[in-house]
Design a binder for this molecule. Structure first.
Ligand code: ADP
Ligand code: MG
Length: 252
């Protein structure tokens, strides 16, 4: 599969690829690693219900990079939260690697959140009083167990991967917005997750910094990770294998 947007005919024509044409090696023909079928979710605020998801389905193949685009309020973040188990759907099916997440134990889901699944958001959510390296190591810090030497080396390796090997000692406040987001990516990578969920990862960055973050996501995907990204940016969406669109709580 060709991941270089500049050589894609649809990108060259300035159009947005909707779905890659099926071919024998298309990831969508493989058994999905993650699959949501007919997911619904509603919220009630001040007594008024909102149906954020009205029956949404998506299958993500192993190693696939899928972008979800749509207007604000169309349900993208809600859907990503359901996919990443941060939010429980009201109805529908959710399967990860053969595991039925609707019926999985808390321990299994906890294991996924701390293992195979990684999440990054529009805002980096770094802890301001921890250094870049300590923030990167947060997923290893459970209970009072100290971080091992091997884990520390892994943290440094991930910081190096995002181009911040020399800034591990800095506090978030001493880093630029793009660097902060790269630390959040390093933190997402440290556990060797299999799927990265990214909700508007470039949403608060200027275009040059956003492009650097996208380049990094492209690298991570090339190295074999599945990526599900919500974005407003059609150009960035075009860098993924497949673009799906949401409107008013539905896939369109
Ligand atoms: N926690 C919540 N409580 C109440 N309403 C919510 C909540 N989260 C999302 N919504 C509503 O659900 C709809 C979809 O929101 P969201 O998934 O955040 O959309 P998007 O990410 O596409 O902008 C919106 O109408 C939003 O106001
Ligand atoms: Mg959103």
């Amino acid at each position: 599969m060709n991941h270089d947007a500049s050589t894609r005919p649809d990108a060259a024509a300035g159009q947005t690829p909707i779905v890659d044409a099926p071919s024998l090696d298309a990831p969508s023909l493989e058994a999905p690693i993650l699959e949501a079928v007919n997911v619904t979710k509603s919220f009630t605020q001040d007594g008024t219900p909102t149906q954020a998801l009205k029956g949404v389905s998506l299958a993500v193949a192993p190693g696939e990079f899928v972008s979800i685009v749509g207007r604000s309020g169309s349900g993208k973040s809600t859907f990503l939260s359901v996919l990443s188990t941060l939010l429980k759907p009201d109805s529908g099916e959710l399967t990860y690697n053969g595991l039925d997440l609707a019926r999985a134990s808390e321990a299994d889901i906890d294991g996924l959140r701390h293992g195979d699944f990684a999440v990054i958001f529009q805002f980096h959510y770094l802890l301001p009083y921890l250094t870049a390296l300590e923030n990167t190591l947060l997923p290893f810090m459970r209970g009072l167990r100290p971080v091992s030497g091997a884990q520390r080396r892994r943290g440094l390796e991930c910081l190096e991967r995002v181009g911040l090997a020399d800034k591990g000692h800095r506090l978030p406040g001493q880093l630029s917005g793009g660097e902060q987001q790269r630390v959040a990516i390093a933190r997402a990578l440290v556990k060797d997750a299999r799927i990265l969920f990214a909700d508007e990862p470039t949403g608060s960055l200027d275009s040059a910094t956003g492009a650097t973050v996208m380049e990094l996501l492209g690298q991570i995907h090339k190295d074999g990770m599945s990526v599900v990204m919500v974005t407003h940016n059609e150009q960035y969406a075009g860098l993924s294998d497949r673009v799906v669109r949401m409107a008013d709580g539905l896939m369109v």
